[in-house]
Write a protein that binds this ligand. Structure first.
Ligand code: FMN
Length: 359
C-alpha cells in the first residue's frame, strides 16, 4: 500500500478530489451529490446559512447521496468595532443601488455570527467532515465533532497558520495558495499580504506538520492534482472548476464571466464583503475600492451585508458588473459540463499524468 493511499484512508477519502465549500449558493445539494456519486467528496459551504437552512440543505444532500459529505463554517469572528466612515461607505454604493432600481442602501448591522447555532445544526446534520476557514475552530467544536466521529479540517495560508491548526487538533490542513478564488482563509497577519502560491506553500506546510495536507488554489485538472500530490498533498480542494458545472448555483452571468475571462483578470478585493477575496475585476470592484479611502469599505461582515441586496438584484438581472465574480487564477481551464463528468475526468487525468511520469 502506498503512503498516499494510507493518508487518503486516514482521512476516509475515496479519492484526492474534494469540491470546495462555496458559501453563497455555488455548492447546491445537486452539486455536492453529483461530486460524491462520481467519486469525489462534496462540501456544503454553510457560513451564510441559518441553523434551519443547514438542516434543510443537508436533508436535501442526504436524499440525493448516501455517501459522506462535509460542512464548512467561517470560524467565529469578533464583532467589528466602531465604523468611522459609514456615511461614505453608503454613499459609495448608493449609485449602484439606484442603477439597479433599488431603494437607497440602509446602514448594515451585525447581529452576531450565529456560529454556535450553525455548529449545533452541523453536529446533527450527519456530515462526516467539519471544516473551517478564517480562523481556528473553537476547541469545544473540535471535541464535539470528533466525539461524533467527524473529521475536522482547517484552512491555512502560511506555515504558521498550519502549525496553529495542527495544535488545535484538526485532522488535516487545507493549504490555500494565493491563486485561490473566493475569500482568503488567513487568520494570522494581514489576509491581503498572505499570498504565497500553492506550489510554494504546500511542500513547506507538508514539511512542518505531521497531519495530511490538502492543496487548494489554482488546481483545475489532473495535471494540477498530480502536481499537488507530488508536492506532498494527500488531496486537493477545488472551487473555481466546479463553478461552471451545470449543477452550480451561481448566476449564469458569473459562469459566463469565468468562461470568458483571462488568467490575469482576477485580483483581491474587499469591495464586496470587507474581507480580501479573489474575483474577476469588474466595474463595482474598481469604483468602490479606493486606495485613498480604504475606510469607505466597511469591515467584514458589514460590507457583505451592505452589498447583498445589490448582488441579489444583479444576479436576477444578469448584471455581471455588480456581482462578486469569485474565481481563481486557473479560470481559463474551466468548462461548462455536468459535475459527474468533471470528477471522472479529474480522476482519469490524474492517473494519466502519474503514469506518464512513471509513478
Ligand atoms: C465562489 C467561491 C466561494 C468560496 N466559499 C468558501 C467557503 O465558504 N468556505 C471556504 O472554506 N472556502 C471557500 N472558498 C475557497 C475554496 O475553499 C478554495 O480555497 C478555492 O476555491 C481554491 O481555489 P480555486 O478556486 O482556484 O480552486 C470559496 C471559493 C469560491 C471560488
Amino acid at each position: 500500500m502506498s503512503s498516499h493511499t494510507e493518508s487518503l484512508e486516514r482521512l476516509g477519502l475515496r479519492s484526492p478530489v474534494i469540491q470546495a465549500p462555496m458559501a453563497g449558493g455555488g455548492d447546491t445539494a445537486a452539486l455536492v451529490a453529483a461530486v460524491n456519486e462520481a467519486g469525489g467528496l462534496g462540501f456544503v459551504g454553510a457560513a451564510y446559512l441559518t441553523d434551519a437552512q443547514i438542516a434543510e440543505r443537508t436533508l436535501d444532500v442526504r436524499s440525493r447521496t448516501a455517501l459522506p459529505f462535509g460542512i464548512n463554517l467561517f470560524a467565529p469572528t469578533p464583532a467589528p468595532g466602531p465604523v468611522p466612515m459609514m456615511a461614505d461607505a453608503l454613499a459609495r454604493v448608493a449609485p449602484f443601488y439606484a442603477e439597479l432600481g433599488l431603494p437607497a442602501p440602509e446602514t448594515p448591522s451585525h447581529s452576531g455570527d450565529g456560529f454556535d447555532r450553525q455548529f449545533a445544526a452541523l453536529l446533527d446534520s450527519g456530515a462526516a467532515y467539519y471544516s473551517v476557514t478564517f480562523g481556528l475552530p473553537p476547541a469545544d467544536s473540535v471535541a464535539a465533532a470528533k466525539a461524533r466521529g467527524m473529521r475536522v479540517l482547517g484552512t491555512a495560508t502560511t506555515v504558521a497558520e498550519a502549525v496553529a491548526l495542527e495544535q488545535a487538533g484538526v485532522d488535516a490542513v487545507i493549504a490555500q495558495g494565493g491563486e485561490a478564488g473566493g475569500h482568503r482563509g488567513s487568520f494570522i497577519g494581514d489576509p491581503a499580504a498572505n499570498l504565497v502560491g500553492t506550489m510554494a506553500l504546500v511542500p513547506q506546510v507538508a514539511d512542518v506538520v505531521g497531519i495530511p495536507v490538502i492543496a487548494s488554489g489554482g488546481i483545475m485538472d489532473g495535471r494540477g492534482i498530480a502536481a499537488a500530490l507530488a508536492l506532498g498533498a494527500t488531496a486537493v480542494q477545488m472551487g473555481t472548476v466546479f463553478l461552471t458545472c451545470d449543477e452550480a448555483g451561481i448566476p449564469e452571468a458569473h459562469k459566463a464571466a469565468i468562461l470568458t475571462a483571462r488568467e490575469d483578470q482576477t485580483r483581491l478585493t474587499r469591495a464586496f464583503s470587507g474581507r480580501p477575496a479573489r474575483g474577476i475585476v469588474n466595474r463595482f470592484m474598481e469604483a468602490v475600492e479606493d486606495p485613498a479611502a480604504p475606510d469607505a469599505v466597511l469591515p467584514f461582515p458589514l460590507q457583505n451585508a451592505l452589498t447583498r441586496p445589490l448582488r441579489t438584484a444583479a444576479g436576477k438581472a444578469g448584471r455581471a458588473e455588480f456581482l462578486s465574480l469569485w474565481a481563481g487564477q486557473g479560470l481559463r481551464l474551466a468548462q461548462r459540463r455536468p459535475a459527474g463528468e468533471l470528477v471522472a475526468e479529474l480522476l482519469h487525468g490524474t492517473e494519466a499524468v502519474r503514469r506518464r511520469l512513471g509513478g
